[in-house]
Write a protein that binds this ligand. Structure first.
Ligand code: AGP
Length: 611
């Protein structure tokens, strides 16, 4: 949820920490702070708001004036305590000799506060994290690593922390339990951070910390042990993403960049997997478990937010094309609802970041109950990727915009590949397979054609940007797309929107329809086209303004809808990959027109690593 970073080496730490924070800002932007070690003291500065506000605060120091070789920094998504200067991280011990940055939630912080107050500690903030700084100070003798280890014995909850101590100027101590931490291995320097985005400009050599691990890091090297002081040998791995992939690349917003790079990245996602010559699918990541998958009695797909919407498309695909009983569960519900998992049940966890706390816990719950767990994940080396038995990466590159776009089409593409792989091994004819493989191969080019309508979609969005209630309606495969379209609009433009199966409208929501209300219909040609046209009529007759996503060449719908956005024709099960694109653009342009911060919408963060 928050973004944390630490640096130790021979270069000036402050500019490295500030630049690193900017790369992590999509993880939380309520406040920011930095603490560097200089002349035996910890210099700590923090402020509410964006990194730019912190830069203003520290400008009096200026990177060149403060020659620190080690430090830590933090950008916050508030959980405990309002987003203000006091609650901003880093948090320090009473005498200021220990400072800590933290990502996660300390569940027993209230008990720890009481205990520490009895020890004479006074608190300055409302945060859970401050307890860690005081606990470390309480245990500190002359060894920061030992003090952190002792302090964490009393801590319950999730954390990724990095601590510094004025008495050990060249040392960082990091610990992980439930929140991601990666150590970037440079030449005589280390950058430790919540994700690779803040490390890539320094090195592509990384070490992934696991739960219950502590690392002591100096410029000369690092040592990792478990919380119980058992040494752990770590492998250095290569991050496959490049620096330019995490740059804006000439776009004003990452969301815009990520919408427009979908044709290219879906080609990468399909490369080596979609065999257009032999009309078959290759999925190296599931070869070892293919037999079990083909024989699966039941598939449960789970995830959160946009990933849940992709999972719902996956459910429709698996039942319709592979004829495997499938269901979709919100990860936050699945993990607590005592789900029935029996032999033959396969659980598919879907996640862009691979760090979403509810999805990670759902995965662990499924494994505990004996299910085989398959991951559909974007971030290589993420916790979910490392904990699943088998997996398929999206290969759509880093996604920085908080509103997920290319990851959604990447997730749906992977679930389509998986479905076709299984369907062909269960009952699908080669002839039918040929049709699907050919159609799937056309998708990237067809998305390109849709993106050419960007300007006309912007006009529609600007026309309705002041309307505070929108409805999104779809049937069959396009019902999850309606949900996804509504979510995109909600999360970046703050307009209230609801996605529904179109037929459900008559059972209540139709009461919302008023003169001029924008109602988005995904009304492409297919088995339920006639039905959805009746739903369009129902909305029109109550004054709703219909914005229709329709199949190229459909002239009839133009008679019924105020606005039509055409998408190329494709096989019905593949339509979500096309019909989603106009909805991404609609939300993007409505948010820009309303002056919203599209990449960092209020109250949100890119990966939700707390419950
Ligand atoms: C989508 O735009 C949101 N950012 C959010 O709903 C997201 O999909 C959800 O938090 C799941 O994230 P994940 O795919 O990284 O697990």
């Amino acid at each position: 949820m928050c973004g944390i970073i630490g640096y130790v080496g021979n270069r000036n730490a402050l500019p490295i920490l500030i630049e690193g924070l900017k790369r992590l800002e999509y993880r939380g932007y309520d406040s920011a702070g930095v603490a560097v070690l200089n002349s035996g003291k910890i210099i700590l500065q923090k402020s509410a708001g964006r990194i730019s506000a912190l830069e203003h605060v520290i400008s009096e120091f200026g990177p060149d004036k403060l020659n620190a070789r080690a430090g830590i920094a933090h950008t916050r998504w508030a959980t405990h305590g309002a987003p203000n200067d006091i609650n901003a991280h880093p948090h320090a011990s009473g005498d200021g000799s220990i400072a800590v940055v933290h990502n996660g939630i300390i569940e027993n912080y209230s008990a720890l506060r009481t205990y520490l107050k009895q020890k004479g500690v006074s608190f300055t903030s409302d945060t859970d994290t401050e307890t860690i700084a005081h606990l470390i100070a309480l245990h500190y003798k002359d060894n920061l690593e030992a003090a952190v280890r002792a302090a964490l014995q009393d801590v319950q909850g999730t954390y990724g922390i990095v601590a510094v101590c004025a008495k050990e100027p060249g040392t960082l101590v990091a610990a992980r339990n439930g929140s991601p931490l990666i150590i970037g291995v440079g030449r005589d320097e280390y950058v430790i951070a919540s994700d690779a985005a803040a490390i890539l400009e320094h090195t592509s050599q990384v070490i992934y910390m696991e739960d219950n691990e502590i690392a002591r890091i100096t410029a000369d090297g690092f040592r990792t042990t478990t919380l119980d002081a058992v040494p752990v040998t770590k492998d250095v791995e290569e991050v496959e993403w490049t620096l330019d992939q995490i740059e804006l690349g000439g776009h004003e917003y990452f969301m815009e960049k990520e919408i427009f790079e979908q044709p290219k990245v879906l080609e990468t996602c399909l490369r080596g997997r979609l065999d257009l010559r032999d009309h078959c699918i290759h999925l190296g990541g599931i070869v070892d478990c293919a037999r079990e998958l083909v024989r699966a009695q039941r598939v449960v797909l789970t995830g959160c937010g946009t990933a849940w919407h992709a999972a719902l498309v996956g459910e429709y695909l698996l039942e319709d094309l592979a004829r495997i009983p499938a269901e979709t569960d919100y990860a936050s519900e699945f993990r607590y609802r005592n789900p029935i998992i029996d032999a033959g049940t396969v659980v598919i966890v879907v996640s862009q970041s691979g760090e979403t706390s509810d999805t990670l816990a759902a995965l662990q719950e499924a494994k505990q109950r004996g299910a085989m767990v398959l991951g559909v994940v974007n971030v290589v080396g993420s916790s979910i990727a490392r904990e699943t038995d088998h997996g398929i990466y999206l290969h759509v590159g880093p996604e920085t915009g908080v509103a997920s776009t290319k990851a959604f089409t990447g997730q749906v593409t992977v679930l389509t590949l998986l479905t076709l792989y299984l369907a062909r091994r269960r009952h699908m004819s080669q002839r039918s397979m040929n049709n699907y493989v050919t159609a799937l191969g056309r998708i990237p080019g067809q998305i390109d054609a849709i993106l050419e309508q960007n300007a006309s979609v912007r006009t529609i969005a600007e026309r309705y940007m002041d309307q505070n209630n929108w409805l999104y309606l779809g049937r069959g495969y396009n019902y999850p797309v309606a949900l996804e379209g509504a979510l995109k609009l909600k999360e970046i433009s703050y307009i209230h929107a609801e996605g529904l199966p179109a037929a459900e409208m008559k059972h209540g929501p139709i009461a919302l329809i008023h003169e001029g209300m924008p109602v988005v219909f995904i009304a492409t040609k297919g088995t339920q086209y006639g039905k959805i046209i009746s739903n369009v009529e129902e909305v029109r007759s109550r004054g709703g303004h219909v914005i229709a996503v329709a199949t190229e060449g459909d002239r009839d719908i133009a008679e019924l809808a105020e606005h039509v956005i055409y998408v190329p024709d494709t096989l019905e099960p593949l339509q979500p990959l096309l019909t989603t694109i106009p909805l991404q653009l609609l939300a993007f342009h409505a948010a820009v027109a309303r002056g919203c911060n599209v990449d960092k919408p209020r109250n949100l963060a890119k990966s939700v690593t707390v419950e």
